[in-house]
Design a protein around this ligand. Structure first.
Ligand code: AMP
Length: 180
C-alpha cells in the first residue's frame, strides 16, 4: 500500500486554500479548487489513492455531491470500476432511495438511484468525499449504500477536521489523507 512522503503530503496540503468565514463567520472553508488546478498536487494525490485501492477489488466508487464526484470519478476510471453519484435531493431522474441527516438547524436529504450498483448484492463500494467534518453527510451516504444492499467497504476523505471527530459516527473503516 502506498504511503505519501512528507514532501508529497506538504505539496497537497499547501495546494488547499483556507478561506476564513465562509460560508458563515467562524468557519474556515477548505477550498479544494486550488488543489484541482494544481496538476502536480492532484496527480500526486490520485496516484496515492490509486495505489491504496488497487487491491481492494472494488466494484464501484461512490462520490458525494459535489466535490466527491471529482475525486471519485478520477479514481473509478483509474481502477476500471463504475462511478456512482450520491446526490442532494431532487437531482436524480430515476427511482431513488433516500436518507435524511440532521444539520445544526433542520435536516438535509441525499439520494441514490435504486439500481445504482446494478442490484449486485454485496457489491464492494468505496465512498469518497473531499472532507469529513461532523460526519453527518458521510454517515447518511454510508447508510444509503447499504440500503441498496451493496456493501460500503471503506469511506475515504481527502481531509478530516479531526477536532469534530466525525469518523466515530461511521460504522466502516475510514481513511483520511490529511488531518487538520
Ligand atoms: P459533515 O456532514 O459535517 O461531515 O460535512 C461534510 C460536508 O460538508 C462535505 O461535503 C464537505 O465538503 C462540506 N464541509 C463541511 N465543512 C467544511 C469545511 N470547513 N471546508 C470545506 N468543506 C466543508
Amino acid at each position: 500500500m502506498s504511503q505519501l512522503s512528507e514532501k508529497e503530503k506538504k505539496l497537497i496540503i499547501d495546494s488547499i486554500r483556507d478561506v476564513p468565514d465562509f460560508p458563515k463567520k467562524g468557519i474556515i472553508f477548505k477550498d479544494i479548487t486550488t488543489l484541482l488546478n494544481n496538476s502536480k498536487a492532484l496527480n500526486t494525490l490520485m496516484n496515492h489513492l490509486e495505489a491504496r485501492y488497487r487491491d481492494y477489488n472494488l466494484d464501484f466508487v461512490a462520490g458525494i455531491d459535489a466535490r466527491g464526484f471529482i475525486f471519485g470519478s478520477i479514481l473509478a476510471d483509474r481502477l476500471n470500476v463504475g462511478f456512482v453519484p450520491i446526490r442532494k435531493k431532487g437531482k436524480l431522474p430515476y427511482t431513488t432511495v433516500a436518507e435524511k441527516y440532521y444539520l445544526e438547524y433542520g435536516f438535509d436529504e441525499i439520494e441514490v438511484h435504486i439500481d445504482a450498483f446494478n442490484n449486485i448484492e454485496g457489491a464492494k463500494v468505496l465512498l469518497i468525499d473531499d472532507l469529513i467534518a461532523t460526519g453527518g453527510t458521510a454517515k447518511a451516504a454510508y447508510n444509503l449504500i447499504n440500503k441498496t444492499r451493496a456493501n460500503c467497504v471503506e469511506c475515504c476523505f481527502i481531509a478530516e477536521l479531526c477536532f469534530l471527530n466525525g469518523k466515530s459516527r461511521i460504522n466502516s473503516p475510514v481513511y483520511t489523507v490529511l488531518d487538520f
